[in-house]
Design a binder for this molecule. Structure first.
Ligand SMILES: [Zn+2]
Length: 299
């Protein structure tokens, strides 16, 4: 009896450890199980300076100004895509001078940071005074050396809450949205027959439209998706980007319902959203970091 029990226990222990090992190397990236991200290869998701965090209203401090430069890219230079965790735009082969800004004085990072991509999370990731917004937009900027493959990434993110509170469509956001609708059509295997005819949009676009003249929360943190690398100088807009309810619904439908063919020929939703429709990471401990609020950047 004892021997049988011991054998059964040994078998159980062996299978349990096999499960643990599988999890350590193949931990899935989805928003129902963010606690498993720390087990993914190369993960920094359990370190002490992660993002997002809970922000609180405070007085702003004047630092040396930095300016936002638009470069000469048009919307035609941008690649729009639907990814497993949302909608994204980037610049592909960089055939134009991308939007950028200089950070003149900072203890962690300095120098010019170039617009690398813009993407959106459903449900905000940061909170302000404990309050979430419907979505959060991230404009990720990186160092030139990283873009040339000559050094690691130093990132500066301009983040902003997105709120579907506007009674009218946001014109600039509408230009993004039409591009994301086309990107969805190009990959969606479950297309219901709806098609769009969109006139070509090649004009310059002010990617910083919602960022000028605003105060920003600043803190040092990390990427909010695995591997959660702690290389981000966060600049979080104190004022939200306002879009219409219709625009929010269109965006949400693209993020949650785009379907693509997998390797087995099956048509599945691409999203890794949680069952509740969230693509946002829970807030992380501050662990002694300080948060500043920078008075309006370009003032
Ligand atoms: Zn993000």
């Amino acid at each position: 009896m004892f021997r049988l029990t011991a054998l059964a226990f040994a078998l159980f222990a062996a299978s349990a450890s096999a499960i643990e090992e599988t999890r350590a190397t193949d931990a899935a990236f989805d928003y129902d199980h963010p606690e498993l991200w720390k087990d993914m290869d190369g993960s920094e998701c359990a370190r002490s300076k992660n993002s997002p965090i809970a922000l609180s209203t405070m007085d702003c401090t004047h630092y040396a100004n930095y300016e936002l430069h638009l470069g000469d890219c048009t919307i035609a230079d941008m690649n729009f895509s639907v990814t497993n965790n949302g909608v994204k735009l980037d610049y592909g082969a960089r055939t134009c001078s991308t939007p950028h800004f200089d950070i003149p004085k900072d203890s962690i990072t300095s120098g010019t940071k170039y617009h690398f991509n813009t993407h959106i999370h459903l449900s905000s990731e940061h909170t302000i005074d404990g309050v979430y917004s419907a979505a959060e937009l991230h404009m990720v900027h990186v160092n030139e050396e990283f873009l040339q493959g000559a050094a690691g990434m130093r990132a500066a993110v301009l983040g902003t809450m997105v709120m579907p509170n506007s009674p009218v469509d946001n014109p600039t956001f509408e230009r993004y949205l039409k591009k994301w609708q086309l990107a969805r059509e190009a990959v969606d295997c479950g297309c219901d027959g709806e098609t769009f005819t969109v006139s070509p949009d090649v004009a310059e676009i002010d990617v910083y439209e919602n960022m000028r003249g605003k105060d920003f929360y600043h803190y040092d943190g990390g990427l909010t998706t695995p591997p959660c690398t702690e290389v981000v100088w966060w600049n979080f807009n104190t004022e939200p980007l306002l879009i219409s309810i219709r625009q929010f619904q269109v965006m949400t439908d693209i993020i949650l319902n785009t379907r693509v063919l997998d390797k087995g020929g099956n048509c599945n939703k691409i999203t890794v959203a949680s069952k509740g429709g969230s693509t946002s990471r829970p807030t992380q401990p501050l662990n002694g970091r300080t948060i500043d609020k920078i008075c309006a950047l370009s003032r």
